[in-house]
Design a protein around this ligand. Structure first.
Ligand code: UDP
Length: 327
């Protein structure tokens, strides 16, 4: 299939692009490189472009005879979104509308969208199904929720076929250590923890110790980026014009922040000191997936089920690239 990946030079995007290419798909990456990395995708498939640019989008969709779009491009930091909601509403919501409109005008009928578990209403026990109540709290979460709704409305009105993937916590790296997570600034737990043994920080700050969880710290469902990528490859193949699906992508296992630190200590073989900090605005107590639907309908079967194995791949990447990608 001829596929356009917006934000395809990002962390999850580039992992998916590699999987798609290995399966024989013809992929074009469309990325403004504000967050993505040139070195994470083959140079010959990269178009440097912004999803705010309707003309360039339409031209790209037409010239490359795109059959399906995977829409990764977005700002993703919950905390930042509470400080700068304007850029989240502009880049995520307004620019996604520009993309949907470009697809409508050029007759591209298939869309796979990267959404988030942050759209769900808070829970304190158990796990989340796709039908669990929604109550996006942060501007980031709300922006993803709004895009989901726009996509559903475009589907109803114009016959767009879509699949929404709600990610839980993407983490880990290419097992050969060539590609991995590199955000600037880094806000994600596992890369920040690993900065301690790399000698780049003294300790890891833990946001909040008074959540209603066994050890008082937030619980998340950490899923390896290659398993996420595999879910995208399966999902894109299954989209038909007018079809509509939504899936959670997670392992179904929850780990507290302190458990993640302990697992990282075992992987790197040294103590990783932490200090407790106040809660981070926008964080929720518990995000754990029920991903049965994805397993059942798309035969998705995550390869990484042990958090230590996931962290080991991340450690390999960060050790080899302590300052991330070269660009
Ligand atoms: N977290 C933390 N310290 C950090 C970064 C994150 O305690 O320096 C916590 C955060 O509060 C959340 C979990 O780690 O409970 C995962 O956060 P991350 O930013 O990696 O992903 P998110 O869940 O926000 O998508």
């Amino acid at each position: 299939m001829r596929i356009l990946a917006t934000g395809g030079a990002g962390y999850v995007g580039s992992a998916t692009v590699r999987s798609l290419i290995s399966q024989g798909h013809q992929v074009t990456v469309y990325d403004n490189l504000s967050k993505g990395h040139r070195a994470s995708v083959p140079a010959e498939i990269l178009i440097t472009g912004d999803i705010a640019d309707a003309d360039q989008l339409q031209q790209t969709l037409t010239e490359h005879q795109i059959e399906a779009v995977i829409h990764f491009a977005a700002f993703i930091a919950v905390g930042e979104s509470t400080e700068h909601p304007n850029i989240y509403y502009q880049n995520n919501i307004a620019n996604s509308l520009t993309l949907l409109e470009a697809m409508r005008r050029t007759g591209v009928q298939k869309l796979l969208f990267s959404s988030t578990a942050a759209v769900y209403a808070p829970i304190e026990t158990g796990s989340l199904t796709e039908d669990s109540p929604k109550a996006p709290d942060s501007p980031y979460a709300f922006s993803k929720f709004a895009i989901e709704r726009m996509i559903q409305d475009f589907s109803q009105a114009y016959g767009l076929g879509y699949t929404i993937l709600r990610y839980f916590n993407a983490c880990g790296a290419d097992p050969q250590g060539r590609f991995g997570e590199n955000h600037n600034p880094e806000t994600h737990l596992i890369p920040l923890i690993l900065q301690v043994p790399l000698g780049q920080r003294q300790n890891i700050g833990v946001f909040g110790q008074d959540y209603n969880t066994p050890d008082g710290t937030c619980i998340r469902d950490y899923v390896h980026v290659d398993d996420l990528a595999d879910a995208h490859v399966r999902a894109i193949m299954a989209i038909e014009p007018g079809s509509s699906h939504t899936y959670n992508i997670g392992t179904g296992q929850g780990h507290s922040v302190l458990e993640v630190i302990q697992a990282a200590e075992q992987v790197v073989g040294q103590k990783i000191p932490h200090q407790f900090l106040p809660r981070r605005p926008g964080d929720t107590t518990r995000l754990v997936a029920q991903a049965q639907k994805l397993r059942k309908e798309l035969a998705w079967n995550p390869k990484y089920t042990d958090l230590k194995d996931i962290i080991a791949t991340a450690w390999q990447w960060h050790k080899n690239h302590p300052n991330g990608y070269d660009d």
